[in-house]
Design a protein around this ligand. Structure first.
Ligand SMILES: [Zn+2]
Length: 200
């Protein structure tokens, strides 16, 4: 991307990259949303973001493109190669990632899978189950909430899993970097350009 710095148009628009992309978004509806793997300066995979954000990070000099997805994004009179993997130029300490406790994040952690029968369902067909029922003092925490289908949720009722003869597929944990990496691996499994950074 450094070669483009000679281009006066690029310099003119450097501060309004987002605005420039906004104008052209219609002509490339998917290009801007393509998932991009974000690596730390140490090549450790840390996140997934949309191509739009990845390009902004590259243009701001915060990250560099490690892999490209073969597509171009046209903005003003410039063409940008859409990255597939970017790497932060400065190492960032990633705190033990704490995600907000929400229905959406619980379903993401449990990958839309009922934790009792293993059925994969759409978000609307899943509910949140308190492993230790609320009526027994069970708290609304990462460790006590799991995705459950309506059938399992009803069957369990106000009982402990053992009492209902049900077993959790796995112990629920807070959404952490390990969970994120697992999701990154699921998403990157079929992408050759991501694989080498995710499977080692
Ligand atoms: Zn179920």
């Amino acid at each position: 991307m450094s070669g483009r710095r000679h281009n006066p148009t690029f310099d003119d628009h450097r501060h309004s990259v987002t605005a420039v992309f906004g104008i052209h978004q219609d002509s490339h509806p998917h290009a801007l949303h393509a998932p991009v793997l974000v690596l730390n300066a140490s090549y450790e995979p840390i996140n997934i973001c949309a191509a739009r954000r990845a390009i902004v990070l590259v243009l701001k000099g915060v990250a560099m493109a490690e892999e490209e997805n073969g597509h171009f994004l046209h903005a003003a009179r410039l063409a940008f190669r859409v990255p597939s993997v970017i790497r932060l130029l400065e190492y960032r300490r990633i705190p033990h990632q704490t995600r907000a406790l929400s229905r959406k994040n619980i379903l993401l952690r449990d990958r839309n899978t009922c934790q009792y029968c293993g059925e994969v369902l759409s978000a609307s067909d899943l509910t949140l189950d308190h492993v230790v029922p609320r009526s027994r003092g069970g708290a609304s925490t990462w460790e006590n909430l799991v995705a459950a289908c309506h059938t399992c949720n009803r069957r369990k009722g106000n009982q402990m899993p053992l009492e209902a003869g049900m077993k959790l597929m796995r112990e629920p944990h807070a959404f952490n970097l390990h969970t994120s990496r697992h999701i990154m691996r699921l998403m990157g499994r079929s992408d050759d350009k991501w694989r080498k950074y995710l499977f080692y």
